[in-house]
Design a protein around this ligand. Sequence first.
Ligand code: ZN
Length: 350
Amino acid sequence: MNPAVPATAQETSNPKPIDMHVHVLGTGAGGTGCWLRVRGWHRLLAPIMLRHVGLPRAAMAGDLDRLYLERLLAQLRGSSLAAAVILAQDLVRDHRGRPIEGAGSFYVPNHYVLNLAARHPELLPAVSIHPARPDAFEELQRCLAAGAVMMKCLPNCQNINCNDRRFARFWQRMAEAKLPLLAHTGGEHTVPVVRADFADPRSLTLPLECGVTVIAAHCGTKSGLFDPEYFHVFAEMTRRFPNLYGDTSAFNVPVRGRHVPLCLREPLLSRMVHGSDFPVPVHGHFAWMRGLVDWQSFRRWQRQPNVLERDYQLKLAMGFPPETFIRIWKLLRLPRAVVTVDHVKNKASF
Ligand SMILES: [Zn+2]
């Protein structure tokens, strides 16, 4: 907890933009508890992603956890953004909540994001709890007490059947605590998929019915050309569920940005929140080729080396209004008081 942080976001008359979808990762160097297992073609992808955020390939074999954190903080502090929600990543588990040996490509424990957020007030902690874990409810209570602002899961990669009735109590507790759920939807190619069918936003029906505020990461868009497309399923569900939102994360990769024009129109526009999916690469070429940004904006922001800022500015140039970048303040659980950015930025140190 940071006692120095003053007013709540709701009390702040001029809330600042926030990136609500930022990954932290590491190899466990320095005792963080993280791990990273890079296999197959991801061996090529991982160094590309690291280089994209300004880290050398050698960082993989060195003190990656610290170097990555320093890069993230430097980019955040050098950007127009007030804060970033950083995401934990639970293990891949079976239906009884037991870890599946050898599954998954990375792990970020809840205590790591909670501790980082306690030390750096511009980082807000999203925990990750597979609801089939035998200790899921206790872990949720512990994370709530420790200041979690959101819960993150990838149902298709972590093998979470969110509609399993056994989890109703877990979702009800989240709803009662006003802890929103950020759930991956649509295809996925940076993390191995265990249950492709859980990429369907309809797999989030039970938490929605239990009253949880649910944010469908990527709005159900497909990642690869041959993935099923769930964007229209997501769009249809927003009509039925006033508690369903979608994030703009990874809209600057080749395929996901296809539906930006629909996201810029009501009724979807008022459900959109801004996330980058850092360290996923940000390239404005696709937005320019689709006519979503003009040549000058593309040229200007594609040269911006700070990828958090590049992603933010490209989305502004696409026409996302300021509300898209601050809406999440009202959806996060903010047990500790948050935040005028200037205050946060002045306080920041690591
Ligand atoms: Zn992500």
